[in-house]
Design a binder for this molecule. Structure first.
Ligand code: IVH
Length: 671
């Protein structure tokens, strides 16, 4: 291939990829399959490797990352990134409106209202239509140059496709992690026994500062743009600026509204108070901006914030209580999670005694101290969170908390791995909660489903030296159990039966049950399907493991290490002897009927007869399709207990049929 041909092909491929990216991320249209898209991208990357002189700075190949930034350069902002004044009531907002009225000396004015996105502010500088620099807010005067990381965010244009782009301009916006992406990360973390992340905002902020941009690319960050700045832009209102950035391909949340007066602003506030909970991003209020730029200019700034804009913060149900102590829980992987023990307090229907503090970084960020009065809120999660500290009532003699350095259970010195927030107890073999945790993980419903065993019984069996590994469960005899406190004939036989039944559990679930670090349910399925049996996985090299789609280096390394341990090999041999499934069975097709064919379902809430995953499986086994979000195209919402009110409301608004668990069971049984 000649240089000219290569250049032509690179440009054509880039054009195509940009087009499909744009269709997907701006317009929600999947014009080609993921596989076809990957082929185009692969081809482009290959050509750029062979002809590096044609690797342009706005190439869509930058989206996949791969660059490592050791130190982020500090950059001074051309226009300082100020913060906004806050208001918490409509009365305070009225005061703001009166200040504006006075400041503008009787002129007419309009407000441009937007939601206040809870993410990380970013400044994006474009020169001749090309993204030159992306900088964090930092201290408002100077921030960090995170350009390579920002380039992996698909909704940030690398190049503006328009004939009339100003020579130089700056767009500001909020980088965020969509809630569903965050929930998925936490679900996987739970599955693999790691502490969960505190909230999407911190995760987005931490992700933007990662050194390896390919990890940033995998984290699916998003960006909403909310302001255009620059000289000679020929715009007269903020709204015109927003129209331009929309046209140039930035993602702007469609939730903005031009309001003629304070009454309309108040209506906007009321309209979004509940509806905002359905958005993909966390929001904590609205931002009210004077629309006219000349008027913005006339009103000017205080030292910290503009006089032409203000934030209105929604109230969230928050209570204050006292932090009595902190305890540290050790999970099955040895990860240590700090837990706040609170003076019991009633909040949103329940009494709250404890709140997770996630990790040492979160303790440091909050600077939480024993005896502090803390604010507690319930977010989307069941476990409440500590959102702040009432510094005015802090005791004079309080001291910053020092994270423990020894395992509270076995006394071993804790370790912290480079780039990880969690502290770990490395005493994998002897630390009691790790041993018991591995057995609890093994028996859980998603794994071996031994429901005749619970935490208390595992503790009893462990304390009496009857079990040390999951394989020991299969050695238990009637006589061992009947002598335990609380066990009678029936409960003993039940327990043994439950253990016996687990021998029928499929290989992929057994693999998950083994509790190999980083091997969650999906990864276990992929490995089982690829390697077919435990021996093949055991013999697979690191290189063979990473060849399996979606198996990364971290997982591969952990699998290799697991099988290097002779005690694990012994456990596997014992499981094999006991008759546990260690081979993938190409069973008959699971399809039971096609009575739900061409129908789409969302499943939400808690059910009596199924766990949620089982219900989804059942739908698929009857030919139906399961999706995760409610949209106009949905046919049914199967609603269980405790489902989110926002989802239910959305389904009702779309006129989607809502099924109870019973109605759903009729639907499949009446066929
Ligand atoms: S405009 C002078 N619009 O709020 C500041 N900011 O407290 C003008 N934010 O650092 C900012 N959503 O990170 C603006 N629609 C929105 C926003 C927004 C979130 C954040 C932004 C900024 C902080 C100001």
């Amino acid at each position: 291939m000649t240089k000219q041909e290569a250049k032509k092909e690179i440009l054509e491929l880039s054009e195509k990829i940009n087009y499909y990216n744009n269709q997907y991320y701006q317009n929600d249209i999947s014009a080609i399959s993921d596989h076809e898209f990957d082929i185009l991208l692969e081809k482009l990357i290959q050509l750029e490797q062979n002809f590096p002189e044609f690797k342009f700075e706005d190439s869509p190949s930058q989206r996949v990352g791969g660059t490592i930034t050791k130190n982020f350069q500090t950059v001074i902002h051309r226009y300082p990134m100020l913060s906004l004044g806050n208001t918490y009531s409509k009365d305070e907002l009225k005061d703001f409106d009166q200040r504006v009225q006075k400041g503008l000396g009787g002129e007419d004015y309009q407000y441009f209202c937007e939601l206040k996105f809870d993410g990380v502010a970013i400044s994006l500088t474009y020169e001749n239509g090309i993204l030159k620099r992306a900088v964090t807010r930092g201290d408002g005067t100077k921030g960090d140059d995170i350009t390579n990381n920002a380039k992996t965010i698909k909704t940030i244009p690398l190049r503006i496709n328009s004939d009339h782009v100003p020579a130089r301009f700056e767009v500001r916006g909020e980088v965020f992690m969509p809630r569903n992406v965050f929930d998925q990360i936490n679900k996987e973390k739970e599955e693999i026994g790691e502490p969960t992340l505190a909230n999407p905002r911190n995760t987005a902020s931490g992700t933007l500062k990662m050194q390896d941009s390919s990890i940033v690319a995998s984290r699916k960050l998003n960006c909403y743009a909310y302001s255009l700045m620059g000289e000679g832009l020929s715009i007269h209102t903020h709204g015109e600026g927003i129209k331009f950035i929309e046209e140039w391909g930035f993602k702007v949340s469609p939730t903005y509204q031009l309001c003629q007066n304070l009454q309309e602003v108040n209506k906007y506030i009321d309209k979004w108070e509940q509806k905002r909970l359905e958005l993909p991003v966390d929001t904590d209020g609205i931002v009210v901006k004077i629309d006219n730029l000349q008027q913005q200019n006339n009103l000017g700034f205080t030292a910290k914030s503009p006089r032409w804009a203000i934030a209105y913060k929604y109230q969230s149900e928050s209570v204050s209580t006292v932090l009595n102590s902190i305890s540290y829980q050790v999970g099955r992987t040895g990860a240590v999670t700090p837990v706040a023990n609170l003076q019991p307090i009633f909040l949103a229907g329940t009494t709250v005694k404890r709140a997770s503090l996630h990790n040492a970084n979160e303790i440091k960020r909050l600077d939480i101290r024993i005896g502090d009065t803390v604010f507690v809120e319930k977010g989307g999660e069941i476990i409440p969170k500590v959102t702040g500290i009432d510094l005015s009532s802090r005791k004079a003699n309080s001291k910053p908390l020092k994270f423990i350095d020894k395992c509270p259970e076995c006394g071993t010195s804790l370790q912290k791995k480079e780039g990880e927030a969690a502290h770990y107890c490395p005493n994998y073999k002897e630390c009691p909660p790790q041993i018991k945790g591995r057995i609890e993980h093994y028996i859980q419903r998603n794994a071996m489903d031994i429901d005749s065993l619970g935490y208390q019984t595992i503790k009893l069996l462990f304390d009496t030296n009857l079990i040390h590994t999951p394989a020991d469960l299969y050695k238990l005899k009637y006589q061992d159990i009947i002598q335990l406190e609380g066990f009678k004939d029936l409960s003993t036989r039940n327990l043994l039966n439950g253990i016996k039944h687990s021998k029928q559990i499929s290989f992929e679930r057994v693999l998950f049950a083994l509790g190999i670090r980083f091997v969650g349910r999906t990864v276990a399925e992929k490995l089982a399907l690829h390697f077919k049996n435990i021996e093949n996985i055991r013999n697979a090299s690191f290189d063979q493991l990473i060849e399996v789609p979606e198996i990364g280096e971290r997982i591969a390394q952990s699998v290799v290490e697991f099988f290097e341990d002779p005690e694990n090999i012994q456990m596997i041999n014992e499981l094999k002897q006991a008759g546990v499934q260690l081979e993938f069975l190409e069973g008959p097709d699971q399809q039971i009927s096609d009575c739900l064919a061409n129908r789409t379902f969302v499943v939400s809430g808690v059910f009596e007869n199924f766990d949620r995953e089982e219900l989804k499986e059942t739908i698929k086994n009857h030919g139906g399709k399961v999706v995760s979000s409610v949209s106009g195209k949905l046919d049914y919402l199967v609603a269980g207990d405790k489902m989110g009110p926002a989802k239910l409301k959305k389904a009702k608004d779309f006129g989607i049929k809502i099924l109870s668990e019973q109605e759903f069971m009729h639907m499949i049984n009446d066929q």
